[in-house]
Design a protein. Structure first.
Ligand code: ADP
Length: 539
């Protein structure tokens, strides 16, 4: 018997078959759409058929440049359904990087949101592989534009075949998707997701001890669909027949709060900056969030104070998870074990602010200077990973082979492991502060400073120092009501009891804003650059 091949389109077929009446609720620029999985299925098949007519063949790349909405979801299945590869492009990349990755991936067709079209008019002459543009909007009209040929998504779908059959002769190791790391440094690198990786990762998202996504959920991925497939949530939610809420373009914390309360969202996922913003809105108490069983927070460390605020003040369970573009992304989730439930509140938060334990299916090692680190929660080393949804290479790039040495992904994340196997990231290799030959964790300092009631955001970076090689400097954004009222000394004396003296930042720089990457993470590299003479300059 031929071995059965895992195939992305079977996940949608299951939703069509068993959950035809369940809904995908999708916010676009003009309205909120409610489509059933039966309708999504038909529209996806129509899309596959029109892409095929436009010349898309197995192995070709089709790019998307879009927010989180139902058309993007349709592309998630329609493109791999043809044996082609969906390339989700980060809409916040610089125009130069957008050009670079489209040319690198050799995208044949681009699906672009109406409001994002102007960028392409500027860069079109630099795109070498694109044969057709499709504008995604609620209208069947083609907007006037210098892009050519330009089609309307809805007009094309009207002519498509609602019974188109997805390809079933696809090797499960063939690519279904590609995402470039938004890259806090250097040139973006393409990470390819195979059919096998996407299906197995979706299964992992449904496990009871990870995110436990299931049919009864109303799942709202806030993390962008252009960033690591919105952490795999749309694929898994479709497979399991969960109701999905896709928050669409340019949402605000108020929009998210409204969707949560109106659509009775049970689980949502995003980066800490999103949850910080939402908290300030929910705190006022005008929204009903009783349906929420889990906020999943990843992409950057979840500060313990954020976990406590959501859980103690709002009664919303808050889960910390870790992953990266190269890992599809789910790697760890911080959930307490049965016998840890009786620990003190403080100990529980401390554990849950760690990145957590490895999800089933993956393997890990943490390599320190003397080989594998002891699981003592102290010794630091680089986290290495392997497993069915961990990348083994970057797309068409062998200059980075060392990152995948010996079959392990070298994450560049420095971690400790406690005796229970909970990993705690203390830094990225490039963000570590090496003072006098010893490592200082910027993350620990940031968490401590963030506990100060006046602090809105904080980043601690390494700044060159003549005596110690590097020293920590804290960059702090104060809450509006505290601006001008809090001093460097206030902050330092607040954290001093928690650390050895030599860990304390040499300076606190107050800022109006901290620069962020395309996905809302703090851009430490920019701050390091900005502050590189800070400690050597005569003050
Ligand atoms: P990049 O930030 O390079 O664009 P990714 O989005 O793939 O790309 O980021 C992955 C990195 O983000 C990880 O290697 C890790 O450093 C950081 N990260 C992700 N989740 C967490 C988390 N829960 N806690 C701390 N850091 C995290």
């Amino acid at each position: 018997m031929m071995p059965i091949q895992l195939n992305v389109s079977t996940m949608l077929e299951r939703a069509e078959l068993f959950y035809p009446r369940k809904q995908v609720i999708s916010r676009t620029l003009n309205q909120v759409h409610r489509l059933t999985y039966k309708e999504i299925g038909e529209r996806t098949r129509r899309l596959s058929s029109v892409l095929e007519k436009l010349g898309v063949e197995a192995g070709d790349r089709v790019g998307t440049f879009a927010w989180n909405h139902h058309r993007h979801l349709e592309a998630y299945f329609a493109v791999p359904g043809l044996g082609a590869v969906i390339h989700t492009i980060n809409i916040r990349l610089s125009p130069e990087h957008v050009v670079y990755i489209i040319n690198h991936a050799q995208d044949k067709v681009l699906l672009i949101d109406e409001d994002l079209l102007p960028l392409f008019e500027k860069i079109k002459d630099h795109l070498h592989s694109v044969k057709a543009y499709i504008v995604m909007s609620d209208s069947t009209e083609v907007p006037s534009s210098s892009l050519e040929p330009l089609y309307s998504y809805e007009a094309l779908l009207a002519e498509g075949d609602p019974e188109f059959q997805f390809r079933k002769d696809i090797d499960e190791y063939s690519p279904a998707g590609i995402c470039y790391t938004s890259s806090t440094s250097g040139i973006p690198k393409g990470v390819v997701y195979t059919h096998r990786a996407l299906v197995l990762h979706s299964m992992a998202v449904g496990l009871a001890d990870t995110l436990a996504l299931g049919e009864t959920d109303v799942a709202m991925p806030v993390v962008p669909m252009f960033h690591v497939n919105a952490w795999g949530m749309p694929y898994a939610a479709t497979w399991f027949g969960s109701t999905q809420v896709l928050p669409g373009p340019r949402f605000t914390p108020e929009v998210l709060a409204e969707l949560i309360s109106q659509e009775k969202v049970t689980v949502t996922a995003g980066v800490p900056t999103v949850w910080l913003g939402l908290y300030t809105v929910l705190e006022e108490g005008n929204y009903n969030t009783g349906s929420l069983r889990a906020i999943v927070c990843g992409g950057s460390a979840a500060p313990p104070s954020l976990i406590s605020r959501y859980e103690d003040r709002l009664g919303i369970p808050f889960y910390h998870a870790y992953g990266m573009t190269e890992t599809t992304p789910l790697v760890t989730v911080a959930r307490l074990k049965s016998y840890q439930q009786s620990l003190s509140k403080e100990q529980q938060v401390e554990l849950r602010a760690k990145q957590g334990i490895l999800v089933p299916g993956l393997e890990m090692k943490v390599e320190g200077v003397n080989g594998d680190v002891k699981w003592d929660g102290q010794e630091m080393g680089e986290l290495l990973l392997r497993g069915p949804w961990i990348a083994g290479e970057y797309y068409l790039d062998d200059s980075t082979d060392h990152i995948f040495e010996d079959g392990w992904l070298h994450t560049g994340d420095i971690a400790t492991v406690d005796p229970e196997g909970f990993i705690k990231l203390v830094d990225r290799t490039k963000d570590l502060i090496k003072s006098g030959g010893e490592w200082i964790s910027s993350v620990d300092l940031e968490n401590a400073i963030l506990d100060h009631e006046a602090v809105f955001e904080v980043v601690v970076v390494a700044v060159p120092d003549v005596q110690w090689a590097e020293r920590p400097v804290a960059c702090v954004v104060l809450k509006d009501e505290y601006k001008g009222k809090v001093t460097k000394e206030d902050i330092l004396s607040f954290v001093a009891p928690k650390f050895p003296k030599w860990w304390l930042p040499d300076d606190v720089v107050f800022m109006d804003e901290i620069p962020k990457t395309a996905v809302g993470k703090f851009l430490k590299r920019r701050l390091r650059e900005q502050l590189k003479h800070h400690l050597t300059k005569p003050s």
